[in-house]
Each structure stands twice: as structure tokens, then as C-alpha cells.
Design a protein around this ligand. Structure first.
Ligand SMILES: C[S@@+](CC[C@H](N)C(=O)[O-])C[C@H]1O[C@@H](n2cnc3c(N)ncnc32)[C@H](O)[C@@H]1O
Length: 373
């Protein structure tokens, strides 16, 4: 079969190879580093472990599937592949190449001689290719999976270089951070918990008060950025950052924190009642929660665009208050703070300041754990 020159190509060749490739506007070295990084994370989600280095391997559970035979950074990775652990001797080659083309790089993954491994170069190869490769490509490029991927990638579980950059210093979230910090008036004797800390920019600012902190997020990339941004506080034992789910049992003992913050996170939780119960459990008596989220009014605007908007949960004020009261909180109230002055302070470009005018889009839930003496 002829070589391809499209932006994305998938093919089964005459030699029975399965080849998939994409043209990207990056240098071969950038493409190599990015691909290896992303592949390791994606394989982990499939239950596979990629030791991404010369002499490394890919395993599925405790079965060794691939052994790196050649590792040429920016050029190629060649692996011996063992897809049939029930037939020990059957092996083929898996080749990943990075070739400069048209000012960018063509990245190709070539699963060689797959028809030999399959034992058929006709109907079985066609069936395997259609169901295991073609259908996957169509399904991941259809609205549900594609919309989920965009939502996860950019906000619900941010990953990739672009998200790492944005959440390291999220200009458009700083107004929310300032509102929360004004509410909290943190002091050195506070112990703050942030749930869904993203890149840790809020934490970094909050810790300037002298308080101690802990934070969690379920995104590997966000934990990486938050850890890097707060390395000094972590090293001096003023902060811990953990990878954990916000809507499961939180990895902290009862009665630990003086305040808990969640900003731009609540809308992603499918079961906030568990999170509210957990926040109540880990707060000390007298501890406060400050939760910033958006109202339905922002659905479909630049603050909550599609396809993210239709995957968010928006609540009426009364519904938010109910979550807090049912978990045991007192002094529960919702405010709709103006973000405009905070947006100016955050350095939001003048052309975007109008996005922060009005107060009906912002929702700030405040409550306290008060169990008496
Ligand atoms: C839109 S980002 C906001 C990040 C940060 N709070 C900020 O305002 O910049 C949402 C964050 O919540 C995290 N998150 C969403 N659902 C979560 C869950 N169930 N458990 C833990 N983290 C979650 C995401 O990984 C992401 O970092």
C-alpha cells in the first residue's frame, strides 16, 4: 500500500502490518517527548505499564508484552512484542517512528506482521481491523467520546502540556481565588484543605498567610504541576499534595482542618453529597467551607462552553444549601459576589473584563461545622 500524507492515517498494509500515523506541527524531539509521556499515562488507564526508556518494557498486569530493543530519542522506538502469552514463541515487532516532514513530524505506530500473528490475511484481518481499530477510531471521534475527552483533557481531569501551562497560572480563575481568600482571612494557625487543587496556584497564594495546607486532585498532571509550584512548602512539611478522588472517602483523619475550599470543581462531581459529608468529617469543630461554583446562567458562555457545559452540574442556591445542611453544616448561605474588581486585580485583559460583570453567574457557598462544646 502507498505511503500516506494525510493529517491522520490508519491502514492495514499488504504485509499485514497495522499502521497508524499522524502529522503534527512539532519538531521530532518535541513529538517524541510528548508522545512517550502521554502514551505512558494512557496505557496506565488501560491497566498497562510502560517503562519509557532504553531497555524499558510494556507489561499488562504481570505479563511482559513489549521489550524495548531500540530507543533513539526523537527518531524511533522499536519493541519486541508478545501479544499471545498463551503461545510463548509468537512474537512480532512494534515500531514507533518520528520523521521530519513538511516542517513538522509524522509519528507512526506500526504493529508489524499482524496478519501472521492473527493467522489470517483475509476475513479475520479485516474483522479485527474493523472492530478493534476502525470502530475505535470512529467511536473516539464521535460526539460523546470526543466531548468527554475534551472535557477531561481541559477541565474535568486536566492533562497534557497545554492544561499544565494553563492551570499553573489560571488567569481567569484568579478572581475566584481572591474572593475565597477574602472570605477566609487565613492565619498562621489555619490548616487548609483544598479539594480539586488543579495546578496549585490558589494553594501557593493561600500559604503566604503562614497557614499549613493539604490538597488533593485526581489528575496526574495537576498533581505534578501543583507539587512543582509548591515544592518549598512541601519540603518544609507545611503542605501535602495527594492524588485522590473528591467523591470518595478523603485520605485524611477526622477533625483535621480549620477550613476547606473547592473552586471550579463542584460542577464536575456526580455525587457531591459524599464530598460534603467527607468535608464535614475532616473539619475540626468551628471549621469553615468556602465553595466557589457557577450558576446555570453561565452555561454555554466562555466561562462554561460546550462540550464541557452539558457535562457540568449546575445547582440552584437552595440545592447547594441543602447539600451542606444535610451533611451537618450550620450557618449555611450562598452569596453571588461581584468578580469585576478582582478580575482587574488578576490582570484579565481589558477586552475580557466584561465576562466578569454582573453577579448572577458566581455562586459562593459558605458554611461552618458547629457541634457545640
Ligand atoms: C476546572 S479545574 C479547577 C482547578 C482549580 N481549582 C482552579 O480553580 O484552577 C477542576 C479540577 O478539579 C479536579 N477534579 C474534578 N473532579 C474531581 C474528582 N472527582 N476528584 C478529584 N479531583 C477532581 C480536576 O482534576 C481539576 O484539576
Amino acid at each position: 500500500m502507498q505511503a500516506y500524507s494525510t493529517m491522520f492515517a490508519l491502514q492495514a498494509t499488504m504485509t499485514g502490518d497495522i499502521r497508524v500515523g499522524v502529522d503534527v506541527s512539532l519538531t521530532p524531539m518535541e513529538a517524541f517527548d510528548g508522545f512517550v509521556d502521554e502514551l505512558a499515562i494512557a496505557l496506565e488507564k488501560c491497566g498497562m505499564k510502560f517503562e519509557a526508556r532504553a531497555g524499558g518494557s510494556i507489561s499488562e498486569g504481570d505479563v511482559l508484552v513489549g521489550s524495548v530493543e531500540e530507543w533513539r530519542a526523537g527518531e524511533r522506538i522499536s519493541m519486541l512484542w508478545r501479544p499471545k502469552n498463551w503461545e510463548g514463541g509468537q512474537q512480532n515487532k512494534l515500531l514507533v517512528t518520528f520523521s521530519a516532514s513538511n516542517g513538522g513530524t509524522t509519528v507512526t505506530v506500526d504493529n508489524q506482521e499482524w496478519s501472521r500473528i492473527l493467522g489470517d490475511d483475509g476475513q479475520e484481518l479485516l474483522g479485527w481491523f474493523a472492530s478493534e481499530v476502525g470502530a475505535q477510531l470512529l467511536s473516539v471521534s464521535a460526539p460523546i467520546r470526543f466531548g468527554d475527552w475534551i472535557t477531561d483533557r481541559s477541565a474535568r481531569r486536566p492533562s497534557g502540556a497545554r492544561s499544565r501551562g494553563i492551570y499553573g497560572n489560571p488567569t481567569y480563575h484568579w478572581p475566584n481565588f481572591f474572593v475565597i481568600l477574602d472570605q477566609l482571612s487565613l492565619r498562621p494557625d489555619d490548616f487548609l484543605l483544598e479539594i480539586g487543587c488543579g495546578g496549585g496556584a490558589f494553594l501557593h497564594e493561600a500559604l503566604k498567610s503562614g497557614c499549613r495546607g493539604a490538597a488533593l486532585d485526581h489528575s496526574v498532571d495537576m498533581i505534578r504541576v501543583a507539587t512543582e509550584a509548591n515544592r518549598d512548602a512541601i519540603t518544609s512539611h507545611r503542605l501535602t499534595v495527594a492524588r485522590a478522588e473528591a467523591d470518595k472517602v478523603l485520605p485524611f483523619p477526622d477533625d483535621t482542618f480549620t477550613c476547606t475550599v473547592m473552586t471550579s470543581v463542584l460542577a464536575f462531581l456526580s455525587d457531591p453529597s459524599t464530598t460534603f459529608r467527607e468535608m464535614f468529617r475532616v473539619l475540626r469543630n468551628g471549621g469553615r467551607i468556602v465553595i466557589f461554583t457557577s450558576t446555570k446562567e453561565l452555561e454555554g458562555t466562555p466561562a462554561a462552553p460546550e462540550p464541557i457545559a452539558s457535562r457540568l452540574h449546575f445547582y440552584e442556591d437552595e440545592e447547594l444549601e441543602k447539600f451542606a445542611r444535610q451533611a451537618g453544616f450550620s450557618a449555611v448561605r450562598v452569596e453571588h459576589p461581584s468578580l469585576f474588581e478582582y478580575a482587574k486585580k488578576a490582570g484579565v485583559p481589558a477586552s475580557d473584563l466584561q465576562l466578569f460583570s454582573g453577579t448572577s453567574g458566581s455562586q459562593l457557598l459558605l458554611a461552618r461545622k458547629d457541634q457545640g462544646k
